[in-house]
Design a protein. Structure first.
Length: 349
């Protein structure tokens, strides 16, 4: 196993779910399943087989990499398939909520077929994600039952995180509920818990005790937190040529990510009121965005965000060190963490 390209290694493991996913999403002639296959990248908009960007497949890739280290690659395939189907179900609905017209460079499901079909497609794909956990494997029945229970718990936590995200988005910036802690709890549930699910699945299948499961889960969850915070940084200070996103796009969309909340909590009172007024606008122009960035600079919010991300990354590395994984697997995961979250975020531009 070559160690110099962790994303390639993870991607190759993640790609193992593609063949079963194509088969799993082919049920009758209903266009419903064609929409699912389209979103997963397996067909074009006319439901003809084609090759498109299918995403990084990080979650199933992580799950199967760890499972392979336990000698449980085949046994873990249904869980990996379930995790990826569930993740993509959430994205179908996220695109509706966020009014995003493109995903991975292609029109979203709601944009092509309407909101009603997109809601129903996502709902049906969620059911299939749960059905995937009923696929037969050679794993002992009691271990599969334990894994199903754990994954369902994690899926529910993602739903709770989505609720918290919607509540945060609806609240005014000055609302007492808009805090750093509230934001981190939301991210932990909406984003990090599914990555935790991916890294803790294999030791559950292997029948390891809860301490072992928890250590691998802690690695995944902290890595998920670090990556989300890095993504928040990119959403404000990232360069468009690298991120593929509009510069300061999260500010234009008036998202309440950690830098916004931190600045609001630490600015002088006059600047706090000004930030609230700007964020209360229906839309922001370049001048307003530039002013907001200047307010952020007064609190050094960019560096604060970097410190948060590095703290979670360090916790992920500490947990990884304590796991029972073999050295080659640990090396891939360590390199993956450094690839997903640079050691110096502010210098990664």
């Amino acid at each position: 196993m070559k160690q110099n390209d962790p994303l390639r290694i993870i991607g190759e493991y993640g790609a193992r779910i593609d063949a079963p996913a194509r088969a799993f999403l082919t049920r009758g002639d209903y266009a419903l399943y064609g929409m699912m296959r389209y979103f997963m990248g397996y067909t074009d908009a006319h439901f003809k087989a084609s090759v498109h960007t299918v995403g990084k497949r990080v979650r199933p890739g992580l799950l199967l990499l760890v499972a392979d280290s336990y000698g449980l690659l085949k046994e873990a395939l249904p869980a990996a398939l379930s995790v990826e189907l569930f993740h993509n179900f959430t994205l179908i609905h996220d695109d509706i909520i966020d009014h995003d017209e493109l995903r991975r460079g292609r029109p979203t499901v709601w944009k092509l077929w309407g909101i009603d079909h997109a809601i129903n497609t996502g709902d049906a794909q969620l059911i299939l994600a749960l059905r995937a956990l009923e696929e037969k494997t050679q794993a002992p029945l009691e271990r599969m039952a334990a894994l199903r229970t754990r994954l369902l718990d994690r899926y529910l936590e993602v739903g709770e995180g989505q609720y918290l995200d919607l509540a945060l988005a609806a609240a005014k910036l000055r609302d007492p509920s808009v805090t750093e802690e509230a934001y981190l709890v939301m991210v932990g549930k909406k984003t990090a818990k599914l990555i935790r699910a991916a890294t803790e699945a294999a030791p559950i299948l292997a029948g390891r005790n809860e301490d072992v499961v928890m250590m691998l889960g802690d690695f995944g969850e902290n890595l998920g937190m670090a990556y989300q915070l890095y993504d928040d940084w990119q959403g404000i200070w990232g360069v468009s040529e690298k991120t593929g996103k509009k510069s300061a796009g999260d500010i234009y969309e008036r998202k309440k990510t950690l830098p916004v909340i931190y600045a609001h909590e630490h600015l002088a009172s006059a600047d706090t009121r000004r930030l609230e007024a700007l964020y209360a606008r229906v839309s922001l122009n370049e001048t307003a965005v530039a002013e907001i960035l200047e307010l952020f600079a007064k609190t050094d919010a960019q560096k604060v965000l970097e410190r948060y991300a590095m703290r979670y990354k360090e916790q992920a590395m500490q947990a990884l060190t304590l796991t029972e994984l073999p050295a080659p697997t640990k090396m891939v995961l360590e390199q993956l963490a450094h690839t997903l979250v640079p050691d110096s975020i502010t210098e990664s531009r």
